[in-house]
Design a protein around this ligand. Structure first.
Ligand SMILES: [Zn+2]
Ligand SMILES: [Zn+2]
Length: 253
């Protein structure tokens, strides 16, 4: 009697887990699931849920942005609002998250991509319906040549692959071009730094009335994302979000 395909597709993950068990990268024990992170360690990751509602800067004293509660914007966003409307950064860039992202990005462990997409999608709620295009932060060709992959692109592709609601959203690697290596930022004044970064991005076509999600891995100062958002806003974008895995705290914290 022929066994239905459904039987094999259900059986395969268990067989693979038996033959090649996954071990948790954080505690070293068997994870007993498809990811190299056990449920216990995942539940111990630090959520970035008390943060600025616009740039997601951690503000531990603020109200958590959940259960219908709306937190506050940080001083920087109040004084000088960035070109993006909001940042979705579900995790704090603490020691554990830095370890996972480092292994993925700098050690070329691309098999961790589904895990990182899963971590982004876990607290994910209503964002997908409102977005027309997902745009990964482009990598300059020199960096691409050195690293061999664009981490933002493979993360964006995994988010679409793992989330039903995102599958129909267009993923564009052509909308924004990173066409020149930026000058060393450290040698420039604050204003020149901003201009230098904005000059690094060009929109290849108009994006009037589009709602765009820029995908990045980690948001630190937010300067790169803000520069890219400025370019897209100038090209007509109506709404811009930054989707990243984790957010670093303010530099003086
Ligand atoms: Zn673990
Ligand atoms: Zn802010």
């Amino acid at each position: 009697m022929a066994l239905p395909m459904k039987f094999f597709s259900k059986l395969t993950p268990h067989l693979l887990e038996g033959l090649f068990p996954n071990y948790c990268l954080l505690c070293g024990l068997r994870s007993y699931r498809d990811f190299a992170l056990c449920s216990l360690c995942e539940s111990g990751l630090a959520a970035n849920d008390a943060c600025c509602t616009q740039c997601a800067l951690p503000m531990p004293w603020a109200l958590p942005n959940r259960n219908g509660l709306r937190g506050a914007r940080c001083g920087q966003c109040l004084l000088s609002p960035p070109a993006f409307d909001r940042v979705v950064a579900p995790w704090l860039y603490d020691e554990q998250m830095a370890f996972l992202i480092h292994r993925w990005k700098f050690h070329g462990e691309r098999q961790l991509t589904p895990l990182l997409a899963h971590l982004w999608l876990q607290p994910f709620s209503e964002s997908a319906q409102a977005i027309d295009i997902i745009v990964p932060v482009p990598l300059h060709w020199r960096k691409f040549w050195h690293r061999g992959f664009n981490q933002s692109l493979i993360l964006a592709a995994a988010l679409r692959g793992q989330c039903e609601a995102l599958r129909t959203v267009r993923l564009s690697t052509r909308l924004v071009q990173r066409h020149q290596a930026t000058l060393p930022q450290s040698s420039l004044s604050a204003l020149a730094r901003k201009t230098n970064l904005i000059a690094a991005f060009t929109a290849r076509q108009r994006c009037d009335n589009l709602r765009i999600a820029i995908v990045d891995d980690v948001l630190t100062t937010g300067a790169t994302a803000a520069a890219m958002a400025t370019t897209l806003r100038d090209a007509g974008a109506a709404h811009i979000e930054i989707w990243c895995l984790a957010r670093t705290p303010a530099p003086n914290n």
